[in-house]
Design a protein around this ligand. Structure first.
Ligand code: GAR
Length: 211
């Protein structure tokens, strides 16, 4: 049976869409997006998912403790038999409960070369700091903010005339590329974790790992 992905998003949903495209184009084989969930009713990503015929649900978070909210989300992920949770512009911290339930099976995309510029507005932080290179990171999610083991990164040079918008646009192209690549690696089990390091394996090494 193919692998089932659950996506959590808060807004536009371009990373979700890039993953969905990669699945239909065969760049992420034997996988489908089983459900998309947002805490925001107006999230354009929800409409984008519905337009693709994907089960997309809004679970409002207002007035709920983080743990109580995450219990609802995890219940849907379980109902939909989700194997891997992909955070795609999800602007909420996950509870320890969520992280424990899906330990090692949650990934996130962040628009900086972590550990630089965690948190909000990473592209603005990079510009204001004056770095010459920034980029994006796909990492496993643990209880820490943007600090789980790193799967893949891509560097993007900062130009003297960059604005937050132009820089974000160039980073986004790399986000879409490495997120699909990372999801494929995780679903194929082509990695090994050594402390904080994620070692990417080739197909032969991965086959040995499963013996
Ligand atoms: C992306 O740039 C993503 O890396 C960032 O939000 C944007 C969502 O865009 N995520 C974070 O900052 C998480 N800390 P999208 O909704 O079009 O995918």
């Amino acid at each position: 049976m193919g692998k089932r992905i659950g996506v959590l998003l808060s807004g536009r949903g371009s990373n979700f869409e890039a993953l969905a495209e990669s699945m239909s184009a065969g760049r992420i084989p034997d996988a489908e997006i089983a459900v998309v969930i947002s805490h925001r009713g107006g999230a354009p990503g929800i409409e984008r998912a519905r337009a693709r015929g994907i089960d997309a649900r809004v679970i409002p978070s207002r007035g709920l403790e983080r743990d109580a909210y995450d219990r609802q989300v995890v219940a849907v992920m379980r109902e939909k038999n989700v194997d891997l949770v992909c955070l795609a512009g999800y602007m909420r911290l996950l509870s320890p409960y969520f992280v424990k339930e899906y330990h090692g099976c949650i990934v996130n995309i962040h628009p900086s070369l972590l550990p630089a510029f965690p948190g909000l507005e990473a592209q603005r932080q990079a510009l204001e700091h004056g770095v010459k290179f920034t980029g994006c990171t796909v990492h496993f999610v643990d209880e820490t903010l943007d600090a789980g083991p790193i799967l893949l990164q891509a560097a993007v040079p900062v130009r003297d005339d960059d604005t937050v918008e132009t820089l974000s646009e160039r980073i986004l192209i790399e986000e879409h590329r490495i997120y699909s690549e990372a999801v494929r690696i995780v679903l194929e089990g082509r990695y090994r974790i050594e402390g904080r390091r994620v070692i990417i394996l080739n197909a032969a090494e991965a086959a040995k790992k499963h013996v």
